[in-house]
Design a protein around this ligand. Structure first.
Ligand SMILES: Cc1cc2nc3c(=O)[nH]c(=O)nc-3n(C[C@H](O)[C@H](O)[C@H](O)COP(=O)(O)OP(=O)(O)OC[C@H]3O[C@@H](n4cnc5c(N)ncnc54)[C@H](O)[C@@H]3O)c2cc1C
Ligand SMILES: NC(=O)c1ccc[n+]([C@@H]2O[C@H](COP(=O)([O-])OP(=O)(O)OC[C@H]3O[C@@H](n4cnc5c(N)ncnc54)[C@H](O)[C@@H]3O)[C@@H](O)[C@H]2O)c1
Length: 485
């Protein structure tokens, strides 16, 4: 494949490329890489750090902050090891490891990768100025114009959404950026929002010794199976966090350095800081979308080859599309988009049928996700409620993790749940949720079963090794039942 690469110094016109990618997060990098592999000359425009939100203020630092507490609890939950591990977390060492995982907020390594992948970096803010044309405003203010022979791809990601609450903006609330880059954990922190960011960062800051209050508009992790949010809320409460569900904030003020949050119920909470974790907005407001007939600030809707609706030369992937705000899913879209762009540029056939080479079909029904809380929540596909909404005749099979020998052996008093959502008519699993410690690595088997639509009858032949936690699969099959005569 590498013989198809054309190096940037082979270019004939200095500002013309086959493809221009705006946004150098994980998704933009992958679109560019696939397109270069497909033989295209590619420019990548990045306004901040190559590697994007995920590398510096989201996935990597948050998971680094969470891992030490998880490892400590794992040791403390096994007699013999528990007696040997009696101390608390070393907060400075946790923060140092986090900083290492963000490369101390330097993108040097990722820039080196771009170079060896033959992707040309333009540092600056990219804006569409017309058909297949992008202006780049460099940090020092100079503006250059790039032209694409075939396509422009937008992968500008998302930013924290700050809700319109009286006084909130004025107190300079933390977003994921300040929280994941923390140098001195505050004594107390109010987290607004009980979604994935809220649940994970409540876990991380509780581990770091901060007194955490979570204000959730409904319940924790409300879009998932109800048992997930319940288990995470119980665990956080057990470790001293104040979890308030169905809470409505009426105003926020900062006085003498502290933040006071007033609730509609009349209660007041005073804390050192407030973290807003109420969802995301697309980074599409200053992208020149109006120049190509689209609306600034909107999510970018696409077909399954990631081509933006109504603009045949424009592609979008990752968070900015709103399809599935997850790094792995964005990178999956990026592979499809990069290959589709290269195929169309070469005049080759595009495999756009469901589950084809150039489409991101899994976004609709088979998205995997892990919430790295304590307990972990790992899920793929549809919840029981979502499957019923789609009109499926659903069987729900629950298995207590503690009843599985391999899971029970791992920790004292192992608890948790595996829930399979089975489509009775098709005889396949449409969704799986796993709640418990260390369930993250069990998820991929479920993803393969859901994406592959592996018939239940065949799953009986996929024998889990004894004694592993994967024996939960056998319990699920037994729970669903099989005729014995
Ligand atoms: C706290 C937190 C934790 C998370 N943890 C996980 C996790 O564990 N696993 C997971 O799968 N997902 C996680 N996510 C979600 C994940 O971060 C996003 O899905 C992922 O970053 C999306 O990648 P992206 O490339 O689309 O966007 P981004 O990572 O946001 O990258 C977009 C890039 O585009 C650049 N850019 C924007 N506008 C312009 C412009 N006009 N010109 C030039 N450049 C521009 C930005 O500077 C940025 O570098 C987490 C999110 C948060 C907030
Ligand atoms: N481990 C992971 O995979 C991971 C980790 C973090 C984030 N992410 C992704 O990043 C995205 C953003 O996460 P998030 O937690 O910010 O969004 P989210 O959509 O998961 O949760 C936001 C929550 O805030 C609530 N909310 C909204 N407005 C509110 C208000 N005014 N007051 C109180 N609550 C309010 C919503 O009801 C919702 O429960 C998600 O799509 C998530 O999948 C993934």
């Amino acid at each position: 494949m590498s013989t198809r690469h054309r190096r940037s110094d082979d270019r004939t016109a200095s500002d013309e490329y086959d493809l221009i990618v705006i946004g150098g997060g994980p998704v933009g990098e992958n679109i560019a890489d696939r397109a270069v592999t497909g033989g295209l000359q590619v420019a990548l425009v990045e306004s901040e750090l190559v590697g994007g939100e995920c590398s510096y203020w989201a996935c990597m630092p948050s998971k680094a902050l969470l891992r030490s507490g998880q490892a400590l609890r794992a040791a403390q939950s096994v007699p013999g090891a528990a007696q040997a591990v009696t101390g608390r977390l070393d907060v400075d060492a946790v923060l140092a490891r986090r900083t290492e995982y963000t490369s101390d907020w330097s993108d040097e390594g990722q820039v080196d990768w771009l170079t060896q992948a033959h992707i040309e970096l333009h540092r600056g803010h990219g804006r569409l100025t017309g058909e297949r044309t992008v202006s780049v405003t460099a940090p020092e203010g100079t503006v250059s114009v790039l032209t694409a022979r075939h396509a422009v791809a937008v992968a500008t990601g998302s930013a924290a959404l700050i809700p319109d609450i009286d006084g909130l903006r004025g107190v300079r609330p933390w977003t994921n950026r300040e929280a994941t880059a923390v140098t001195t954990p505050p004594r107390s922190l109010v987290i607004l929002g009980g979604g994935v960011v809220g649940a994970e960062l409540a876990t991380a800051f509780t581990d770091l010794g901060t007194a955490v209050t979570v204000l959730a508009r409904s319940t924790l992790l409300a879009s998932m199976e109800p048992e997930a949010g319940r288990a995470v809320a119980d665990s956080l409460r057990g470790r001293g966090a104040d979890i308030r569900e169905r809470a409505t904030v009426s105003s926020v003020r900062r006085l003498d350095g502290s933040v006071t949050v007033r609730l509609a119920s009349g209660d007041e909470i005073v804390a050192d800081e407030i973290l807003v974790a109420t969802g995301r907005r697309p980074r599409s407001d200053d992208l020149g979308l109006d120049a190509v007939g689209l609306t600034p600030g909107d999510w970018l809707p696409t077909d399954d080859t990631l081509r933006v609706d109504g603009v045949p030369w424009l592609y979008a992937a990752g968070d900015v599309t709103g399809r599935a705000l997850l790094t792995h899913q964005g990178k999956y879209q990026a592979r499809a988009a990069g290959d589709a762009i290269a195929a169309r540029a070469a005049g080759s056939p595009v495999d756009a049928a469901a589950w084809g080479r150039h489409v991101a079909t899994a976004d609709h029904s088979a998205v995997p996700q892990v919430v790295f809380s304590d307990p972990e929540v790992a899920l793929v596909g549809l919840t029981a409620a979502a499957a019923r909404e789609r009109g499926m005749d659903v069987a729900v099979v629950d298995v207590e993790l503690g009843s599985v020998a391999g899971a029970a052996l791992r920790e004292e008093g192992a608890r948790g749940l595996a829930r399979a959502v089975i489509d009775r008519d098709a005889g396949v699993i449409r969704g799986m949720t796993l709640i418990g410690s260390d369930v993250a690595e069990l998820l991929h088997a479920a993803t393969v079963a859901v994406v592959g639509e592996v018939p239940i009858a065949r799953l009986w032949h996929a024998v889990p090794a004894y004694p592993t936690a994967s024996e939960l699969w056998l319990r699920i099959l037994e729970g669903y039942g099989r005729e014995s005569a």
